[in-house]
Design a protein around this ligand. Structure first.
Ligand code: GUN
Ligand code: FE
Length: 468
């Protein structure tokens, strides 16, 4: 497989495709939070720039040549994929909350409250990323691992190290993954061996990292730097205000942090910042809460926090696997977020969660929504599998403010997509597809029981990026 992008003379080069792509068969995507379109006999066309140039529905196979010729193409000049029954295209998945350095600790240290888990499991591990060779090896495996599972866009926290985080950004580009990448800011409430030496250093390493990404990917075609205060506990007021200043200077930069994740974390935040009643006021005060914010967890929400995030149009990264397995059982009010039309997507929070699979997150989001239904006496309905699919695709794109570019198959968007196979010798252990199954039933079987084996090919900007 040729590289999907290279860094040549210090800048990103994304080659054009050598031919347009055409997919004929079933195409499934979300038109909105409440509408999933299942188009059978569809013809989806992608130009050499990796953009969707047309999407025809109810096409007979003998009409393909004519529709291609309308683009000036023919079956001779395009790469045509015929999707037989049991195979279909869906948009790529978004992982809106992911700690790249935790790739090599995922699943370990269960059952501890957040601060113990950070101090005993996570910080000693993340400290290893001071070594660029370790970072290069681990991040290559991490990015391959997420691409393999269909994550075409990831919001990554790096470690606190500038050098390792540059390596992560470069690997995303070289492997062709769309990503937000952030140097993690943390200058207190962490051991001496793993914290920024001072607020000044925390901010200057961040600025240097942003400058580096601007150099290697000036238009943020694949990688965008994201401001990443780990959480208020680990950042003093100088770090938060320094990051708020960068956010104000450059309105293209997104921001990510952890928000109302556990009672322990919220209590410590209050002790460290007694002048603020809640985390909304705190982050807003420092200029870190706005439509560019991606807030992980958002579990313990009173009406004030809820309405501030709604009013400020913040994005929410729902992490149902980590919320329910890392020391506490947190049930985020996702139905309420959706009811209010807020931006919600899914995050693996890998390794805060034990799974690196967005498909597991979809299913755990469903489980957690059942718990919420129970605790609200039925007022908050469970999520349907269609809604969990929305969260993993268009919902995630909205959280990242990328829904004008990706998230579904609207003509003009970039082609970030997964080719799904539920039949054939590599179909793994997905619920067996039967002759009598409708396309909707086959799709449900994939969402509820599929895994990476069913993700045959992964495309970002039209480029095939899955390393088998
Ligand atoms: N809060 C601060 N750091 C972390 C982290 O690495 N994972 C999770 N889940 N919560 C955090
Ligand atoms: Fe996290």
């Amino acid at each position: 497989m040729s590289p999907s992008a290279t860094i040549t003379n210090g800048t990103t080069i994304i080659p054009k495709l050598d031919r347009p792509l055409a997919f004929y068969g079933t195409v499934i995507h979300c038109l909105s939070q409440s509408e999933v379109e299942i188009a059978e006999s569809a013809l989806l066309l992608v130009n050499i720039h990796g953009k969707i140039s047309s999407f025809h529905k109810d096409v007979k196979q003998d009409q393909i040549e004519q529709l291609l010729s309308e683009q000036g193409w023919s079956t001779e000049t395009v790469s045509l994929t015929i999707l037989e029954r049991g195979k279909f295209m869906v948009p790529g998945f978004f992982d809106t909350h992911n700690h790249a350095p935790q790739w090599t600790q995922r699943g370990t240290g269960r059952g501890h409250l957040i601060m113990d888990w950070l101090n005993n499991t996570t910080f000693p591990h993340e400290a290893r990323f001071a070594d660029p060779d370790y970072a290069r090896k681990t991040y290559a495996s991490c990015v391959d691992g997420f691409l393999k599972q269909g994550v075409t866009t990831a919001c990554y926290y790096g470690s606190l190290h500038g050098e390792a985080t540059k390596i992560l950004a470069e690997i995303c580009i070289q492997k062709g993954q769309r990503a937000y990448v952030g140097k993690c800011n943390m200058n207190r409430e962490a051991p001496d061996y793993y914290r920024d030496a001072s607020a000044e250093e925390s901010i200057s390493v961040t600025r240097d990292f942003i400058d580096h990404v601007r150099k290697i990917d000036p238009k943020f075609e694949l990688v965008t730097p994201i401001l990443t205060p780990r959480f208020a506990v680990a950042c003093d007021a100088d770090v938060l205000s320094g990051l708020g200043k960068i956010a104000a200077e450059d309105p293209t930069l997104p921001i990510q942090t952890h928000f109302n994740e556990t009672p322990q974390e919220m209590e410590i935040t209050k002790k460290l910042y007694p002048e603020f009643e809640n985390e909304s006021d705190l982050y807003e005060h420092f200029g870190l809460l706005n439509e560019r914010s991606v807030l992980a967890h958002c579990i313990y929400m009173d009406e004030y926090d809820m309405s501030r995030l709604e009013h400020l149009n913040c994005g929410i990264a729902h992490c149902p696997v980590s919320n329910t397995t890392s020391g506490t059982f947190g049930v985020a009010p996702v139905r309420e977020y959706l009811r209010r039309g807020m931006k919600v997507g899914l995050g693996t929070d890998s390794g805060g969660g034990f799974s690196s699979s967005i498909m597991d997150c979809m299913r755990q989001a469903f489980v957690v929504s059942n718990a919420k239904k129970l605790s609200t006496g039925g007022a908050d309905k469970s999520l349907s599998f269609y809604e969990t699919f929305y969260l993993a695709t268009l919902g995630g794109a909205r959280v990242c403010n990328l829904d004008g570019i990706v998230g579904n198959f609207q003509v003009g968007k970039e082609f970030d997509a997964l080719e799904i196979h539920t039949v054939g010798k590599n179909a793994g252990i997905v619920t067996l597809v039967e002759d009598t199954d409708s396309t909707a039933k086959i799709f449900e079987k994939f969402i509820m029981s599929g895994d990476d084996r069913n993700i045959a090919r992964v495309f970002v900007k039209g480029r095939s990026v899955k390393e088998c």
